[in-house]
Each structure stands twice: as C-alpha cells, then as structure tokens.
Write a protein that binds this ligand. Structure first.
Ligand SMILES: Cc1cc2nc3c(=O)[nH]c(=O)nc-3n(C[C@H](O)[C@H](O)[C@H](O)COP(=O)(O)OP(=O)(O)OC[C@H]3O[C@@H](n4cnc5c(N)ncnc54)[C@H](O)[C@@H]3O)c2cc1C
Length: 439
C-alpha cells in the first residue's frame, strides 16, 4: 500500500476515534430538560478528552503509524494537538460557569460531590501535564523525571475524567454507550500496554552486547554492538532506534540514536553519539560486554524513498551527520554512482565528525563534501559561517529542483536551512528533514 493511502487511512481512523464521543452522545437517550449550551459544553469536554486519549497513538511506536509518518511529524502532531485538547477541556467548565454561575461552587473540591471533584482534579492534571511539557526547560526539569511525571499526569487526567463522566451518568446509561466508552478506554490503554509492556517484551529476547566504543572527532563516540543469540536487526540507512544501555528492556530510560553503520551489515550495528548531557557523557565509559536493548528501526528518513532521483543533496549540522554516514556507506556498498553533494556545517575543522572517512568516501562514491565552518582555521579557503542561500547558490547544480535534499540536525539548523533551500530554488516537496529533538 502506498504511503499516502496509509496516511489517509490512519488520519481517518484517528478522526473517527476523536469524534467517537459525539456518537456516544447521539445514540443514547437524551437527558431530559438539558439546555443547548450545557450539552454543547459537554460535547466540547468529550472531544477534549478523546483528543487527549488519542495523543497516546502518535508516540506509541505502532508499526503502521511509525512506517507511515516521520517520527518528528508525529511528535509535532502530539505537541500541537495536546494544546488543542486542553482548549476543549477548559472550554467545558467555562461554558457551564458562564451559563449557570451557581455551578462555580463545584470548584471547591472539599464540598463538591465526588463526580465534580474528579472532574476538577482531571482538569488540574491536564493543565499540569501541558504546563510541565511546554515549560519543561525553563522549569528546570531533566528529561527522564519529566517523562515519568508526564506519564503520571496523563494517566491521572484520563482516569479521573472517566470517573467524572461515569459519575455524572448522562451519556453512559445505554449499553451501547457503555460499550463505546469502554472501547475508547481500551484503545487508549492499549497504546500504553503496547509501548511499555509488549514492545519491551519483544526486544527483551533480542539483546545486544557492546563490542567496543571508539572515539571520533567532535566529542563523539562510535558504539559497535554484537547481537546475542540472534541475527541482529535489519534497518534502512537513515533510520534510528531507541537504545536502553545497561538497563532492563522495560526501562523508560532510553535515548533515540540514528544507525551509523551500513544497512548491508546489520550484524555489525553501530551508533555514533556526541557528548551532550547526562547519558551521552557516559557513553565513552561503557565497558565492552555491557548489555544493550535496541528498540527499532523507526523513522522514514533516508535515500531509498527516492529511487528515481538523478542525485542527492545532503545537509548535515554537527552530529546530524550520523544518518548520512549510514546512507553513504550503504550507497557505497551498493555501488551507487549517482552524484551526491553534501553540505556539512561544523564549528571547527578539528570537530568535523567522520572527517577522514568522508575524505575516503569521495573515492568510493560520486560524492562532493562542502564543509561550512563557523570558526575556520587560518588559511581556510572553504565556506565560512552557516549553510545559507548564498552558500547553496554557489554549489547547487542547475537542475537542483530535481534533487531530493535530505537535511538532519538540531532545530535551529533546520529552521534556517529549510527556508534557505527554498530561496535557492528547491521546492518544499523535495526537502526531507530529520529533527534531532523530540521534546
Ligand atoms: C530521531 C533522533 C535521532 C538522534 N540521533 C542521534 C545520533 O545519532 N547521535 C547523537 O549524538 N544524538 C542523536 N540524537 C540526540 C540524542 O537523542 C540526545 O542528544 C540525547 O538523547 C540526549 O541525552 P542526554 O541524557 O545526554 O542529554 P540531556 O542533557 O539529558 O538532554 C538534552 C536534551 O536531549 C533531549 N533528550 C534527552 N533525553 C532524551 C530521550 N530519552 N529521548 C529523547 N530526547 C531526549 C531533550 O530535549 C533534552 O533536553 C537523536 C535524536 C533524535 C530525536
């Protein structure tokens, strides 16, 4: 099935799940004597709740979803839709209070009936969920504690909302309504069970062991893994995996890294990791023989989706070069002769990760690497600064609009280079990005 067809099916199912509570409102007996605004506010609350519930789908790593949509798009969708869901959820009590100010007394969780108390606490959990996510860095949360808290708030918000709905008992009386609510709850809970139980269970039988950790330029380290008791995994160059290093397969402490080895050698798995924070600074000290679980492959980034391309433009920023090493090695293993132009932005010449390997790769492939250095050494005659429209214009071929441009790096780089490419005459549909940020 083509990816666009799969995407259309996925979005249709998603929309159906979001709108399911409205169906629940329609199929059962209408509560007598309810005014329009009250029913309207309840409808908004239901949509908000189901939007919040389906947020578990984009991040659950379901094969159908992960193979259809780029992972950074899924996370973007998750972030944006969460804000929308909060808007719906907050609108529900606001309309009620406006329509009947007497209901404001329900906000007092000490005197309010249990069903209202559950509603207020669900709303509070939803608000905290969003605030701690949107303001994670300014609030000083480290990634892992935040992730655990994120899960707790999400489960609390959903469970308390259900207690509220079943406590109020307006759209839960008919058996068909009850069945539909239960189906929705099972779908949402199923996402968590898949991600935190079934998936870890499947990878727990396929452990890896660290063979060696070798230094690279630019404070990066290449980790080579040996499969233990299995043949290794197959992936497509450009994809990534979540690694759980020296932890159980069920641990939530995991980090995403692109494969850096050739897809042709899947029993010789490599990842290249730059020192950046808590976990990545420990990579150099991982002893050989350490146990690693690899959850992957994920992502749709890579050259294989562009079989008819006359050539490729690769654009890497810093450690964003990693998936290109895998892609280049794979293309070289296949004897691909198409021209490749690679723009590679680094801080200094000494920090250019894979510098020597890229030099050597120009002998094996029809590859030209254009280094762009922020702080060049004395006597440097190459490009200086960042990858700008002017830099692109100086090197891109005349038929640039035909060449797929693959771009990987941190958010500021992507935000600058995507418009620069467009200004240089590359159509948006030919720009394919992998963002090294999820939260
Ligand atoms: C698809 C993808 C592929 C990546 N590939 C590579 C690669 O090949 N090589 C490489 O060096 N880096 C890669 N990264 C970045 C790498 O995942 C982060 O640098 C690393 O997780 C930071 O962990 P830390 O504990 O050292 O840093 P911290 O100081 O704890 O965190 C720094 C920032 O990294 C992000 N981060 C931290 N932990 C996680 C996590 N568990 N999951 C997601 N994001 C997290 C958060 O935004 C955080 O603010 C990739 C990221 C993504 C999204």
């Amino acid at each position: 099935m083509r990816r666009t067809t799969r995407a259309a099916i996925g979005l249709a199912v998603f929309a159906l799940l979001v709108l399911a509570p409205l169906l629940i409102m329609l199929i059962g007996p209408r509560p007598p004597g309810r005014q329009f605004w009250r029913e309207f506010s309840v409808g908004l609350g239901y949509i908000g709740l189901s939007l919040m519930g389906v947020q578990l789908i984009p991040t659950a790593r379901l094969p159908f979803v992960a193979e259809t949509f780029p992972m950074d798009t899924l996370y973007y969708f998750h972030h944006r839709l969460s804000l929308v869901s909060l808007g719906f959820v907050v609108a529900h009590p606001l309309i009620l209070f406006f329509q009947n100010p007497y209901t404001l007394r329900l906000l007092n969780i000490f005197t309010a009936p249990g069903r209202a108390r559950a509603g207020v606490l669900a709303l509070l959990a939803a608000v905290l969920l969003i605030i701690t996510s949107v303001r994670r860095k300014p609030l000083g949360f480290k990634y892992e504690p935040w992730k655990a808290l994120h899960g707790v708030f999400a489960i609390l918000a959903l469970v308390l909302a259900f207690v509220h709905i079943f406590g109020v008992r307006y759209h839960t009386s008919a058996p068909a309504q009850q069945v539909l609510w239960i189906v929705l709850a099972v779908v949402w809970a199923g996402m968590l069970v898949y991600l935190r139980v079934l998936k870890p269970l499947s990878i727990s039988g396929q452990p890896y062991e660290v063979r060696e950790v070798l230094p690279e330029r630019g404070d990066a380290w290449t980790v080579t893994l040996d499969p233990v008791g299995h043949d290794g995994l197959s992936f497509q160059a450009g994809q990534f995996a979540w690694l759980k290093v020296r932890r159980s397969a069920f641990s939530i402490m995991e980090h995403p890294f692109s494969f850096s080895s050739s897809e042709a050698h899947y029993d010789d798995l490599q990842f290249t990791i730059r020192e950046l924070g808590d976990f990545t600074s420990t990579v150099k000290d991982i002893p050989p023989g350490s146990r690693v679980y690899v959850d992957g492959p994920y992502g749709t980034f890579g050259a294989d989706a562009h079989t008819d391309a006359p050539g490729f433009v690769f654009l890497a920023g810093g450690v964003g070069v990693v998936p290109f090493r895998s892609i280049l090695r794979t293309l070289a293993d296949r004897g691909d002769e198409r021209p490749i132009m690679m723009f590679y932005g680094s801080r200094t010449w000494d920090e250019v990760i894979f510098r020597e390997e890229l030099e050597a790769m120009q002998e094996r492939l029809n590859l030209r690497v254009i280094h762009v250095l922020e702080r060049p050494p004395e006597g440097w005659e190459g490009e200086v600064g960042y990858i700008t429209t002017e830099v692109l214009d100086r090197h891109l071929p005349e038929d640039r609009a035909e060449w797929p441009c693959l771009l990987c790096g941190p958010l500021p780089m992507l935000n600058a280079v995507e418009p620069a490419l467009q200004r240089a005459g590359v159509p948006m549909q030919n720009i394919h990005s992998e963002l090294y940020e999820m939260a």
